[in-house]
Write a protein that binds this ligand. Sequence first.
Ligand SMILES: Nc1ncnc2c1ncn2[C@@H]1O[C@H](COP(=O)(O)OP(=O)(O)OP(=O)(O)O)[C@@H](O)[C@H]1O
Ligand SMILES: [Mg+2]
Length: 220
Amino acid sequence: MSEALVVCEAAGRTFGRGNLAVVAVHGATCTVTPESRIALVGPSGSGKSTLLQLMAGLDSPTSGSISWPAWQSGPFQDPSRAGVVFQGPSLIPSLTAVENVAFPLVLQGLADREAILRATESLELLGIASLADKLPEELSGGQSQRVAVARVVTSAPRLIFADEPTGQLDRASADRVIDVLLEAADHLGAGLVLSTHDASVAARLDAVWRMRDGELGVPA
Ligand SMILES: Nc1ncnc2c1ncn2[C@@H]1O[C@H](COP(=O)(O)OP(=O)(O)OP(=O)(O)O)[C@@H](O)[C@H]1O
Ligand SMILES: [Mg+2]
């Protein structure tokens, strides 16, 4: 097995205190490698988004530990390390679709022209090139979701987390999003973890991790 990108050791996340405490994730133990193609499934409220945020380094565990052996300083010291497709709206409202996708590349130091070119290619892959010049407020939920997927794959991360990336899509668009995420993961040598409520999406990944009431079940 190749080098681990993320290692969770009995990682837990509790929100609030005392009577109001909610244990969103109980001691989760799991590893993501560059070969991982994982579907994270479970009922609403079972802790999927919380676990993804922990593994992406956007939130800290309140018990146990999480490490990123490939990087001593965690994933977010460098935008090319981890990319997250968020469950909710995440586009920058004042930028067009193509500018949203190009923005991380510009932050990585690419010239504007080259960044827009690459962003346009990603929108084409996802079948939404015609939306390039629209503002987020002019996009449907499913269209915004696909722009967010394009933004993540374009920035060439080594870890891709996607939180219900097909939640608002029809079957054909959902299949295309999964194609793009799997191709990007293969091409980049990136680990992929995506949460989904859709059994046919989960069936396209190599492994299924199940969450129930904050407990993570990882197949042996
Ligand atoms: N910031 C927060 N403050 C308090 N409680 C939270 C917070 N974020 C999540 N929770 C709680 O943690 C639990 C897990 O939430 P989470 O969003 O991880 O579930 P999920 O599996 O992603 O659900 P869904 O399928 O609906 O997206 C829920 O009980 C939720 O109410
Ligand atoms: Mg969620």
